[in-house]
Design a protein around this ligand. Structure first.
Ligand code: ADP
Length: 327
């Protein structure tokens, strides 16, 4: 299926990286060439667009990357892109290569930048959700989330072993910025005694009582999963609050950037490939200023603007499970 109008499409990854971005790059490059377009890799995100780090790509450039973490195009945060003069320079570089459409893999910040380019220079632009936080409105899941929760879950499993050996309470801090999705999923999957997320107010006294009761009921270990953006504080601050209320010996573990890397899971490779393919179809159809998402297993295009003006709601009903499962 060749497309009638050949386009020159620029592709970049921007903001925080996530596992599965490479699978997505592969899908975009191969689908674009298959459809008769020319595709240009822009290195180091918007910084590369400003610095003219642009190279035409072929299907052979993206072999052997479906299973690799990170992004072969690299990524960045670029202050200059916030300025109109910076974006003008970016547009001049696009013009020089004849690029008339941009596909951006990133988060809502990156989409905000893309939206401005579309408005200011009438280019065509499509966003693809790449973030471990799963906090983007317009898609049930984002590229990298599944790998991150699996990494965090495996870490929690290992922490559980040592926690049990020593009868300890562990407070495990996971990423997610101001969103609790990551904590919710890896906490439930790792059998956590409780999960602290920014979307829900915590009652530390009640949590401590539960932990203490668990200790007296013969629990050999307890794990609290804390989202990095939790309003009660970070893992060390929470430890200080709980320390005064329980008899457990407490340790803190901050999982950090391991959650961003590693070979993508099958789910992330599938998601990234499907979304990458659909982004080129969207370009073919003349769609612009939209993010490709998947909602209820159907492809859905959402206006870029909604990804930062609307908030994806986390389902707090899962909290009903925790008290039952941590008895
Ligand atoms: P993410 O895309 O993961 O949310 P950031 O918020 O750090 O990550 O955004 C990535 C980059 O996108 C920024 O460094 C900047 O270059 C660009 N960007 C973000 N917000 C805007 C904005 N409001 N206007 C222009 N560019 C923006």
């Amino acid at each position: 299926m060749k497309n009638k109008t050949q386009k020159r499409i620029g592709l970049l990854t921007s903001g925080g990286d996530s596992s599965g971005m490479n699978a997505c790059i592969r899908a975009v490059v191969r689908t674009a060439v298959f459809q008769g377009h020319r595709i240009y890799g822009i290195y180091k995100g918007y910084q590369g667009l400003l610095d003219n780090l642009i190279k035409e790509m072929s299907p052979r450039n993206v072999g052997g990357i479906i299973n690799t973490g990170g992004t072969i195009l690299q990524t960045s945060r670029c202050k200059e892109f916030f300025t109109a003069s910076g974006r003008k320079r970016a547009f001049e570089n696009m013009k020089q290569h004849g690029i008339n459409a941009l596909i951006v893999i990133g988060g809502d910040g990156s989409f905000h930048g893309l939206h401005k380019m579309i408005k200011e220079f009438r280019i065509q632009g499509i966003g693809l959700p790449g973030t471990i936080d799963n906090d983007l409105y317009g898609t049930d899941f984002t590229i990298g989330f599944d790998t991150a929760i699996n990494t965090a879950m495996e870490a929690i499993d290992k922490i559980r072993d040592t926690a049990t050996s020593h009868s300890r309470l562990f407070i495990v801090e996971v990423m997610g910025r101001d969103s609790g999705y990551l904590a919710q999923y890896c906490g439930i999957a790792g059998g956590a005694e409780d999960i602290l997320i920014p979307e829900k107010k915590d009652d530390i006294r009640k949590i401590a009582q539960k932990l203490e009761a668990g200790f007296h009921k013969g629990k050999k270990s307890s794990i609290l999963v804390v989202s990095e953006g939790d309003e009660t504080g970070n893992a060390f601050e929470i430890k200080e609050q709980i320390r005064k209320l329980v008899d457990w010996e407490i340790r803190v573990s901050i999982l950090g950037h391991i959650q961003r890397g590693g070979s993508p899971s099958a789910v992330d490779r599938f998601l990234a490939t499907r979304m990458g393919f659909e982004s080129v179809i969207a370009v073919n159809e003349g769609r612009t200023d939209k993010m490709v998402g998947i909602v209820n297993n159907q492809i859905k295009l959402t206006p870029l603007e909604q990804t930062w003006t609307r908030k994806k709601k986390i389902d707090l009903a899962f909290y009903k499970m925790i008290d039952a499962l941590s008895i």
